[in-house]
Design a protein around this ligand. Structure first.
Ligand code: HEC
Ligand code: HEC
Ligand code: HEC
Ligand code: HEC
Ligand code: HEC
Ligand code: HEC
Ligand code: HEC
Ligand code: HEC
Ligand code: HEC
Ligand code: HEC
Length: 309
């Protein structure tokens, strides 16, 4: 191990390396120090990599230590002076093989429990599409780029959504995509009638991710608005960004309300519905169109069954 820490004598190491490596039928583990002799650029920074821990600890078995933990036993590759077909070269692997390789160690983590059935895996997006083991400029989680730029690389339409006038400030660095999404796949949700999960992470109690931050919208309220409780935030809001104030789905509030409160049967607790012409809610009178000037507690109220206060 000593020459690992002394870059000056790597030529000597190379000579020793060739002597140390036995010529035998099955490829053997050589130890990372051997790799360093011919791949100094990669090895020089490797002490900063979280995967260096296996070398530092010195207590892992060879198949879980250093370079060969991912690239497999290297003796034949070394003996052939770097034949790429005699080592696990990720540039030659199919996405599924990459996945299997990394999951030997990373499968037990709960955060990736759903990785195999995630939309990314099903679409052949493997670990190294987002992570760069050797060239991560940000280092954090070994991402290939700043997180949002990793995602925008493939989801360019989403970039435009976060550039809208009313948006969550992901581009400004106040939030990340992973505040709401788990790129490794998420559990099935039980809100919004189990609508397509979209790899959205759940807050506590399997609630919408929005509840991680907007806890005041959860209540519990004495008088809940079922639109919030059952259909969920997305029935009125666009999660990324829109041209509408308050990130609402529609530019004018009452058109949003009228999607449900349209005079059809059974809206209103007495099942009378809101009709569009009676004097109390006459839509021809502009005064009544701004629903939330009166129904101010639109997410739920503890004192007014009609969310008036
Ligand atoms: C955690 C798994 C892992 C470990 C540990 C690892 N590598 Fe890699 N290596 C990869 C992956 C994945 C790639 C493919 C390129 C990428 O995604 O960064 C790669 C690419 C390479 C390449 C190709 C050149 C390049 O930059 O793409 C070489 C050479 C290499 N690794 C050598 C090493 C050496 C030497 C070590 C030990 C110091 C090592 N690797 C440790 C996963 C690993
Ligand atoms: C005697 C020099 C030498 C040693 C020692 C050596 N390599 Fe290599 N390695 C090379 C050369 C040269 C290449 C480039 C082969 C090519 O591009 O066809 C290479 C290519 C690779 C690649 C393929 C990169 C890709 O995806 O194209 C990986 C991975 C790799 N080496 C890992 C290792 C590991 C791990 C070790 C230690 C077990 C190691 N090497 C030891 C010379 C060496
Ligand atoms: C031999 C076991 C092993 C293999 C194989 C392995 N890893 Fe790791 N990985 C680890 C360990 C151990 C850590 C450090 C965990 C810690 O810091 O507690 C780690 C950490 C990471 C981290 C977290 C970095 C951070 O900042 O928290 C990422 C990302 C990662 N690995 C990706 C990968 C990818 C991608 C592959 C496949 C190319 C891979 N790993 C293969 C054992 C492995
Ligand atoms: C679509 C992009 C993407 C893919 C594919 C991906 N990751 Fe990640 N990964 C991320 C992002 C983004 C983070 C940072 C999450 C955060 O900020 O909380 C991360 C974090 C991690 C971490 C550290 C945090 C944790 O959850 O323990 C590990 C380890 C990891 N990924 C391993 C993997 C492995 C192994 C694979 C393949 C089986 C993989 N990732 C596939 C984007 C991805
Ligand atoms: C505030 C939480 C939140 C943040 C932050 C967020 N998303 Fe989303 N995203 C969602 C929700 C909720 C959905 C589901 C929308 C639906 O089904 O109507 C979604 C849907 C998606 C979809 C699938 C639908 C589509 O528009 O194609 C993609 C892709 C996506 N998000 C990518 C991203 C990326 C990339 C980022 C970071 C740049 C990001 N998201 C940040 C909450 C968020
Ligand atoms: C290498 C390309 C690639 C990268 C990088 C990537 N994605 Fe994806 N993403 C895809 C593909 C392909 C799909 C599946 C097809 C689709 O639904 O658009 C997908 C689907 C999604 C979905 C929709 C899931 C669903 O069930 O509808 C979300 C959300 C998402 N990605 C978020 C992210 C986030 C967050 C990141 C960054 C951490 C990211 N993606 C990085 C390619 C990528
Ligand atoms: C990580 C924390 C976080 C999560 C998760 C989150 N938000 Fe936000 N949200 C914020 C912050 C902080 C603001 C303040 C506005 C800003 O950033 O400029 C905000 C603002 C808003 C606004 C008001 C915008 C305005 O114009 O006043 C709405 C509506 C909103 N979020 C809805 C949602 C919905 C719906 C979800 C779930 C899909 C969600 N948020 C998830 C942090 C979060
Ligand atoms: C029935 C439609 C509807 C649903 C469902 C809904 N909202 Fe709202 N939300 C509104 C309206 C309308 C406004 C603007 C109120 C105003 O302008 O006075 C608003 C404003 C907001 C604001 C900014 C102003 C404030 O009160 O802080 C946030 C944050 C917010 N909503 C978060 C959420 C979250 C989180 C959810 C899901 C738990 C949710 N909303 C569900 C209609 C809804
Ligand atoms: C996704 C459908 C949906 C949307 C959009 C929606 N609501 Fe509701 N709202 C409901 C349902 C369902 C009830 C409960 C009806 C019942 O209890 O019979 C309700 C109840 C109410 C009540 C209480 C009725 C009572 O019993 O006194 C008021 C007030 C109300 N909504 C106002 C609004 C306003 C204002 C908006 C627009 C900002 C809005 N709603 C948007 C579905 C919706
Ligand atoms: C000028 C204030 C005001 C405006 C604006 C207003 N409402 Fe109301 N709304 C009330 C009051 C007060 C009540 C409770 C007494 C009643 O039933 O008339 C009520 C009751 C309701 C109810 C419950 C009716 C029932 O049958 O129990 C619903 C639903 C409702 N409003 C929806 C709306 C919608 C949707 C809009 C916008 C299109 C709107 N309101 C605009 C004052 C207003």
């Amino acid at each position: 191990m000593p020459c690992w820490h002394l870059p000056g004598i790597s030529t000597l190491c190379a000579a020793i390396a060739c002597l140390l490596v036995p010529a035998s039928a099955a490829p053997q583990y050589t130890g990372s120090v051997v790799c360093k002799t011919c791949h100094p650029n990669i090895a020089v920074d490797f002490y900063k990599n979280p995967h260096y821990k296996s070398i530092a600890s010195g207590s892992e078995p060879p198949e879980r230590t250093g370079c060969e933990a991912c690239h497999g036993p290297g003796s034949e590759h070394v003996a052939a002076k770097g034949d790429k077909s005699k080592i696990i070269a990720f540039s030659q692997l199919a996405p599924k093989q990459v996945l299997d390789n990394c999951l030997r160690c990373h499968a037990e983590s709960l955060g990736r429990a759903n990785i195999r059935r995630s939309s990314h895996t099903l679409a052949n997006v493997a670990c190294n599409s987002c992570h760069s083991i050797h060239k991560s400029p940000v280092q954090k989680f070994l991402l290939a780029k700043e997180q949002r730029d990793v995602c925008y690389g493939c989801h360019n339409n989403v970039r435009a959504q976060f550039a809208q006038p009313f948006k969550h400030r992901v581009n400004e660095g106040f939030m990340t995509c992973s505040d709401c999404h788990n790129p490794h796949g998420a559990d099935a949700v039980n809100y919004a009638m189990g609508a397509r999960p979209r790899m959205v992470t759940a807050a506590l109690n399997n609630e919408e991710p929005c509840m991680k931050c907007h806890t005041d919208k959860r209540g519990p309220f004495a008088f809940e608005h079922p639109a919030v409780r059952i259909e969920g935030c997305r029935s009125c809001h666009v999660p990324h960004g829109t041209a509408n104030t308050r990130m609402l789905k529609r530019p004018v509030v009452f058109t949003l309300c009228l999607e449900c409160h349209n005079g059809a049967d059974s809206f209103g607790r007495d099942a009378a519905g809101v009709f569009l012409t009676p004097p109390t809610h006459n839509m021809a009178d502009p005064r009544f169109r701004n629903c939330t000037t009166c129904h101010v507690r639109i997410h739920g109220s503890n004192s007014s069954v009609s969310f008036l206060r």
